[in-house]
Ligand binder design. Sequence first.
Ligand code: GLP
Length: 243
Amino acid sequence: MNILTFRSNEELNEAGAGIITGLVQTNPRAVLGLATGGTPVGIYEEIVKTYRKGMVSFKSVTTFNLDEYVGIPEDHPESYHAYMKHHLFGHVDLSPERTHIPNGNAADLEQECAKYNQHLEDAKQIDLQLLGLGHNGHIGFNEPDHALVSGTHIVKLKDETREANARFFDSIDEVPTHALTMGVGTILKAKMILLVVRGADKAEIVHKALTGPITTECPASLLQTHPHVVVLLDTASGRLLNA
Ligand code: GLP
């Protein structure tokens, strides 16, 4: 595990964007696993800047998003479909038929998960999976539990996750109760994982996930078993690591 700590958000964003655009420059047909949430916003901004300078093209890239809420329309500003359009898809030359996000409004959600798994299998392997980290150690929407699911599945969101995400909605009642998420098996199959974390409020979970026991009660701790993980931290979130 290669852990890099940055003094500023700008440096962290540039480093994260540089890793992703560097991969696409060397492998224009790369398969990227993408994340949402507050953490990657600045990285997407830097990627768009690099694209606008004409330094990278995404026209042959395939993407798979980690997750989507169940039951909010795709054009709801807090859906992950809307998020991706707003922060990345609307600004670069990704081909819409090569971008994938689970459909949280499918009539048959089980079937939607099976379809998503099939698309992932057809793509063979994700070259780089971008990940944020939930305060409870979740990755994607794989919540802490006594057992985890390998493939894409429906999850009931924990109260703490709904509370953490309530900041994006008008009230907690509007935060969906369920989501579709890629499973940890799919995440761990990626060739490389880029975990990005910021903020003092994540320092404890960073410490636990990266140095604590490997347990499904902290899904991010499973990343310790992966052979190629790069972790980008700001000084606040990394503060307990060498303490
Ligand atoms: C969200 C997402 C995750 C994300 C995490 C942290 O609910 N499903 O993919 O990494 O929680 O979010 P944030 O970056 O906003 O702290």
